[in-house]
Design a protein around this ligand. Sequence first.
Ligand code: ADP
Ligand code: ASP
Ligand code: MG
Length: 413
Amino acid sequence: MAIIVQKFGGTSIANAEKIRRAAERVIKTVKNGYQVVVVASARGKQTDELIADALELNPNPPKREMDQLLSTGEQQSVSLFAMVLDSMGYDAISFTGGQVRMLTTSDFTKAQIKSIDAERINRQLDQGKVVIVAGFQGIDEDENITTLGRGGSDTTAVALAAALGAKQCDIYTDVDGVFTTDPRIFKNAVKMKQISYDEMLEMASLGAGVMHNRSIAFGKKYDVKIHVRNSAKEIEGTIITHEVPQMEGVVVTGATIQKDMAKISLVGVDNVPGNAAKVFANLAKAKVIVNDIVQTEISPEKANLSFMIGISDLDAAKEAVDSIKSEIHCDSVFIREDIALVSVVGVGMRTHYGVAEKMFGALAKTKVNIDSITTSEIRISCAVDEDQAEKALEAVCVAFELDKPAEQRTKAN
Ligand code: ADP
Ligand code: ASP
Ligand code: MG
């Protein structure tokens, strides 16, 4: 019998009525002849509330204890889900991440999945049960509870789908699918029928919170068909899939906004071999995830080095940089915390010119200053003042006609 994994996000199971509605979807899938594995997030805003509780008691809580605490949100959801199914006459059993041996690294608050033991889940499925697994969490080799980072239940779901050889992974959320940009910010954004793994990975990594970025990496690697859809409606959502030829015709697929970022610039570093290596070795030791690294020679003797990080890593990054700055003769360190990244993404950029010009032109017209620019083969990102980020995103969306379905846009977009 084929397996389908169905993941329900926080808003989709926020109260008793919504959990019942989610359970009805599961039952419908069971009636259609599938074995179902449910992955549930913490209900409503519970993760945010738990974080607030922790910060009230300790502004800098130990990360291990944070994971121990945050994992309880999902644990409540899965048992409640199993109870609802039981009340509807269906056999169900709930598990924490640890109970299904979701083995992760020990990087608390941002652990990575190393392996999953599908055996326990398969045994329960074969007994005719719906299996409900807590999203977002695992255990490390010492049985410490870990979490996968905010939004990590998507990754639990896709990783389980891969480990179980599931036919499909449905991601039920509070929007109709993946839109050209965040529909909460740009009201005229349109839903896409499909998007490639590469574009979704890039969008998710650049702030499109609808999917956790690592879930897409899993999906691509293990060929998992992902369907992002609205838990409150019976309509098709967005399929995340391998690239299909007609996608090349569309230049820009989507735009994103990423806040809660900081940019660190090391100004006037000695221009000698090994200095960049020293800086990033220190940052790696502090487990800081670094993006958009730019190094420029400013004279034969000196270079500037800058990079972006998530704001939650700022203290660790500052410490890492401070401990190396005199050794590399850095003249000064310049930190911007009021910065956001606005990006456009599209595989069509590989074969089309003029995208950069259009993006910078749109920002100029709307009087948004660009702090720095970074590009990859399929994206262009501009760092801008955080308080201008929404305005910048809107201008870029209008310029690339992201308020229209791809087939209705001017050809150059
Ligand atoms: P869940 O709790 O279901 O995991 P999330 O809040 O994590 O839900 O993700 C859904 C939200 O992602 C939407 O409400 C939307 O505001 C936001 N979002 C950001 N970018 C996009 C996008 N490109 N398409 C759709 N939603 C997006
Ligand atoms: N509950 C976690 C969070 O809010 C994980 C998730 O929802 O995916 O980030
Ligand atoms: Mg989410």
